[in-house]
Design a protein around this ligand. Structure first.
Ligand code: PEP
Ligand code: MN
Length: 274
C-alpha cells in the first residue's frame, strides 16, 4: 500500500513537524531549576480565601507555579459568571510576594491582554484545545502555554493543537487530564499510556492532571504517581485548605496541607524511573 495510511482513510494525515522537532533544550530555563513542574492551587480562587496563606503554603510545599480559576464558567449557565479581575490582581500579588508566578486559563480571547497583565503563564482549557484562533494568538507570546487535552480528542488531535503553539515563540507544555468515558468509577479517565506515548514523540514536557483526570480526591495521589512513573515531567493538582468546602470540584480537591508530601513522593518516583 506504499505511503497509504490504512488507519486513516478519510481526512488529513496527522502532521506535527514542529512538535516532533521540539527538544528539551528549547524548553529553556524551566528545566534548569525544576526537578518536576508542579502546578498547584485551588480549582477556583474564591472570595474570602486567605490568599497570602495559600500562596505561602504552595511555595513551601514545592509548587513551581500557582494555579487557580479566575474565570467562572460552568457546564451549565448560571449567575456570576465572568472574569474576576479584582481577585486576579490580589491572587497574583499574593503569589508574587512568595516568588510564585500564576497560571491563568484564557477562557475568552477578548480578555487576553488583561490576563497577560497578571499571568506568568497561560492555560488553554480542555474545552478550548481546538480553538485555533486562540492557539495562534497565544503562540506569539514568549510565555509558557499549558495546553490541556480535550476529553474527546486523540493523541494526533492533541499534538495537532500543540503544533499551533510549537510554531510560534511561546513555550508549550502539554497536560493530560482524562477522557470522557463510559467507566463509572471516575469522572474522566486519565490516559497514562498517552503520557508514555507522547514522551516517545517529542521533547515538549507533559504533565499529569489526576485531579480532573479522576475527579476523585482519593485517586489523586496514586494516579499522579502513575503519571510520573510513565514519564510525566510534572503534575497539576487542585488543592484547597478545606477540600470538602471547595466551591467548585470539591470531590477532587486535595488537602493543601498534604501537598508537600505529594511533591516529595512524586520526586522520589521520578528519580526511580530516570
Ligand atoms: C482547570 O484546570 O482549571 C480546568 C478547568 O480543567 P479542564 O480544562 O481540564 O477541565
Ligand atoms: Mn477544577
Amino acid at each position: 500500500m506504499g505511503e497509504f495510511d490504512h488507519r486513516r482513510v478519510w481526512g488529513p494525515k496527522p502532521n506535527y513537524p514542529h512538535v516532533k522537532a521540539w527538544t528539551r533544550a528549547s524548553g529553556g530555563v524551566l528545566w534548569l531549576y525544576t526537578p518536576l513542574i508542579v502546578l498547584a492551587g485551588p480549582c477556583s480562587v474564591e472570595d474570602g480565601m486567605d490568599l497570602e496563606f495559600i500562596a505561602g503554603m504552595l511555595k513551601r510545599s514545592g509548587a513551581t507555579k500557582a494555579r487557580g480559576g479566575l474565570y467562572r464558567a460552568g457546564t451549565y449557565p448560571g449567575p456570576n459568571f465572568g472574569y474576576k479581575q479584582v481577585l486576579a490582581g490580589k491572587w497574583s500579588r499574593a503569589c508574587k510576594k512568595v516568588g510564585l508566578g500564576i497560571v491563568v486559563e484564557v477562557l475568552d480571547i477578548r480578555l487576553l491582554d488583561r490576563v497577560d497583565e497578571v499571568a506568568d503563564s497561560f492555560q488553554v482549557g480542555a474545552r478550548h484545545m481546538q480553538d485555533y484562533a486562540l492557539l495562534k494568538e497565544l503562540s506569539r507570546s514568549r510565555k509558557t502555554v499549558f495546553l490541556k487535552r480535550n476529553p474527546g480528542s486523540t493523541l494526533d488531535e492533541f499534538l495537532g493543537a500543540a503544533e499551533y503553539l510549537a510554531r510560534g515563540s511561546c513555550r508549550p507544555v502539554l497536560i493530560e487530564r482524562g477522557s470522557a468515558t463510559r467507566m463509572n468509577h471516575v469522572r474522566w479517565d486519565l490516559s497514562i499510556s498517552l503520557i508514555a506515548a507522547v514522551k516517545r514523540m517529542t521533547g515538549i514536557p507533559i504533565l499529569v492532571d489526576a485531579s480532573h483526570g479522576t475527579g476523585r480526591r482519593d485517586l489523586v495521589r496514586p494516579m499522579t504517581m502513575a503519571g510520573i512513573a510513565a514519564g510525566a515531567d510534572g503534575f497539576l493538582v487542585e488543592v484547597h485548605p478545606r477540600p470538602e468546602r471547595s466551591l467548585s470540584d470539591a470531590d477532587q480537591a486535595y488537602p493543601l496541607n498534604s501537598l508537600a508530601m505529594l511533591v516529595n513522593d512524586a520526586n522520589s518516583v521520578r528519580e526511580a524511573v530516570t
